[in-house]
Design a protein around this ligand. Structure first.
Ligand code: ZN
Length: 238
């Protein structure tokens, strides 16, 4: 069974009444709950725990890490970021959610600014499944309507994804690459845009299904570590 560690800053839900109403136990508990319903072994970790809850022991047993952060990206210790990066290179899956686009770990893994346009006016979003054959799109309709969303618009300053599974349209006319797949080392990374703290987006069944599919897709399959360095030619050939 895949062990998923659902990481959340867990600040805005304590400070903002609107966010607390939507996610009374925090975004991490909402995500962990539906992943458990989907049969995953989900645990949570938050920024204010020692080592942000991401000790070597926790990361070693984590098959997929999900990351939601918003206002405290800079408070995440570089040492922990490096530890997460190493685990991704070894094969741990990473799902970066919504405002996690500006997290240290995502920026480091992408190597770009990861900047974008945004506007918070509760606009309608239509999320189009542009790669219906992809495992993350399994059972997902041609489009998903999010009644109220924060707008994220292009340009999204990330490298071209290996696969683009979802593209969003917003009422204001902007578009956005909302479901981007990457591989770094042996690890699979999925960036998924929907999920602002004051809208009940993580309570939407289609969004939950996308995330469950993404966990399955990104799971650490324990691939054989590659060998590097000088390689003497075998006497008999290979
Ligand atoms: Zn937001």
């Amino acid at each position: 069974m895949t062990t998923v560690t659902v990481w959340n800053e867990y600040r805005v839900e304590k400070e903002d009444e609107e966010a607390r109403e939507v996610y009374p136990d925090g975004i991490h508990e909402a995500i962990a709950d539906f992943l458990r319903d989907e049969g995953f072994d989900a645990q949570t970790a938050t920024i204010d725990e020692p080592e942000h809850g991401l000790t070597d022991e926790v990361l070693d047993e984590t098959g997929v890490l999900t990351w939601w952060g918003h206002e405290a990206h800079e408070e995440v210790e570089d040492e922990v970021v490096e530890r997460v990066r190493q685990r991704v290179l070894e094969g741990m899956g990473l799902l970066v959610l919504h405002s996690g686009h500006f997290s240290k770990i995502f920026k480091r893994l992408m190597g770009t600014t990861c900047d974008l346009k945004w506007r918070e006016e509760g606009e309608k979003e239509r999320l189009w499944t542009v790669e219906p054959g992809h495992p993350i799109a399994e059972g997902i309709p041609e489009s998903i309507e999010v009644p109220e969303a924060e707008m994220y618009g292009e340009r999204f300053d990330v490298p071209a994804p290996d696969a683009l599974v979802f593209t969003s349209w917003f009422e204001g006319g902007e578009v956005f690459r909302s479901g981007c797949c990457y591989r770094r080392g042996a690890g699979r990374i999925f960036y998924f845009r929907p999920g602002h703290e004051t809208y009940p987006i993580y309570h939407q069944p289609e969004i939950q299904k996308v995330l469950a599919n993404a966990v399955e897709w990104a799971e650490d399959i324990g691939s054989t570590p590659p060998s590097f360095g000088n390689a003497p030619k075998p006497p008999e050939g290979i």
